[in-house]
Design a protein around this ligand. Structure first.
Ligand SMILES: Cc1ncc(COP(=O)(O)O)c(C=O)c1O
Length: 399
């Protein structure tokens, strides 16, 4: 008799966005005259940039001509894109080899799929609150997960604790949901911990393009020693508006090795290459051409302009929090503003208050872990007019 993977019984139901949708739908049905403003979901709203669109069009034309048509491409990504990513890192002061870069359909798949490379008996360390994919994918595999508290005592940036022994460590900076970003000294502590404990850091840099403080690291590989112990995931989703277009990449340095129980030296880069060539047939040529255009100097300037638009919204939200005396995190190097729910409320009660009194939708922090219980996330992914209106209404909560 077939047996299913019973670890799935341990994966928590994800009520967060369905519960939000249910409550918003009920409210709009009962109050059809009220204009609801959504600052909840972390999805971009601006269209793809000019150079990306031009490149996509050209690639579509190539696919319609027998002379330039392409079938299966390299599973790891075309050289033109791997080199464009390599150059992008170089411009940011980080040297990566092209064969350490693996193109994919996004950071969500890769942060989940990377678990294939690790033994079931490793202990996984994740922050709380957390982007749920790290927890759910390891639960599906049956790995032991331990949580480290991210809270206002550590500015939502937990640091290594030598009394905790972990093998796989997930870090996300700038962070979803808290918007907090590690500095170089803090990341160095993590890299040192990983080297000392023979651990691997799985570093999610999906929001690196939002970093404006030039002293903050945009890649874990700007930290000395990181190539020995870190894998970095990144994505064009938030960098260049690719959430619906789908393209990301993972950097697996060749220096990450470990000895198997029989003494064989194993290389994580070779294993990921093997995994991808077996289970993945690459990202479409058309999309990779669009992605390469996003990494060009012109494409990155356009991406920056898009990000600046979101940043202006983030500033509108952050300025409102300042005026209302609400303590918040993020908003400067991140599209997210994470704040303590006013009036001592818990996050779902505050969600209901926002929806029923000012018709603004956000995300209750409780959906990201126990430390989010009294926190709330707003995103800058809307237009300026709506953000201004939402914040004008937000101020009325305090009158
Ligand atoms: C922290 C983090 N990592 C990864 C992703 C997924 O990115 P992608 O669209 O590339 O799959 C998201 C998306 O919201 C995210 O917030």
């Amino acid at each position: 008799m077939v047996k299913f993977n019973e670890n799935y019984l341990n994966v928590k139901q994800s009520y967060l966005f369905s519960e939000i949708a249910k409550r918003v739908e009920k409210f709009t049905k009962e109050n059809p005259d009220k204009k609801v403003i959504r600052l909840g979901i972390g999805d971009v709203t601006l269209p793809l940039s000019k150079s990306v669109i031009e490149s996509l069009h050209e690639a579509v034309t190539e696919m319609g001509d027998a002379k330039t048509f392409r079938g299966y491409g390299p599973e790891q990504g075309y050289d033109f894109l791997r080199n464009a990513i390599k150059d992008y890192y170089k411009r940011n002061g980080v040297e990566i080899e092209a064969d350490e870069i693996f193109v994919s359909d996004g950071a969500k798949s890769d942060t989940g799929n990377i678990t294939d490379l690790f033994d079931i008996n490793n202990t996984v360390l994740v922050p709380d609150p957390v982007y749920p994919v790290y927890v759910d994918t390891n639960t599906m595999n049956g790995r032991k997960i331990i949580y480290m508290d991210a809270n206002s005592d550590n500015d939502f940036l937990p640091l290594p604790d030598e009394s905790i022994k972990a093998d796989m460590i997930y870090l996300c900076s700038p962070n979803n949901p808290t918007g907090a970003a590690y500095n170089k000294d803090q990341l160095k502590l993590w890299v040192d911990y990983a080297i000392k404990n023979n651990a691997v850091i799985l570093y999610d840099a999906a929001y690196e393009a939002f970093i404006e403080d030039e002293t903050l690291p945009r890649s874990i590989f700007s930290i000395e020693g990181a190539k020995k112990c870190c894998v970095e995931f990144c994505s064009l989703s938030k960098t260049a508006g690719f959430t619906g277009t789908r393209c990301g990449y993972t950097i697996v340095p060749k220096a990450i090795t470990a000895k198997a129980s029989d003494g064989t030296q194993m290389s994580l880069n070779q294993m990921w290459n093997r995994r991808q060539t077996t289970k993945f047939n690459g990202v479409s040529y058309i999309i990779q051409r669009g992605a390469a255009a996003a990494f060009s100097v012109e494409g990155m300037n356009e991406a920056k302009a898009m990000i600046n638009t979101y940043k202006e919204n983030a500033k509108i939200i952050a300025d409102t929090m300042d005026r209302m005396g609400v303590k918040y995190y993020g908003g400067i190097n991140s599209p997210y503003i994470w704040f303590e729910c006013p009036f001592g409320m818990n996050s779902w009660d505050f969600f209901d208050k926002m929806l029923s009194e000012i018709y603004v939708v956000g995300t209750p922090g409780a959906g990201f872990g126990k430390n989010g219980e009294n926190f709330f996330r707003l995103t800058s992914f809307n237009n300026k007019e709506n953000t201004l209106e939402a914040m004008k209404r937000f101020e009325t909560l305090f009158k």
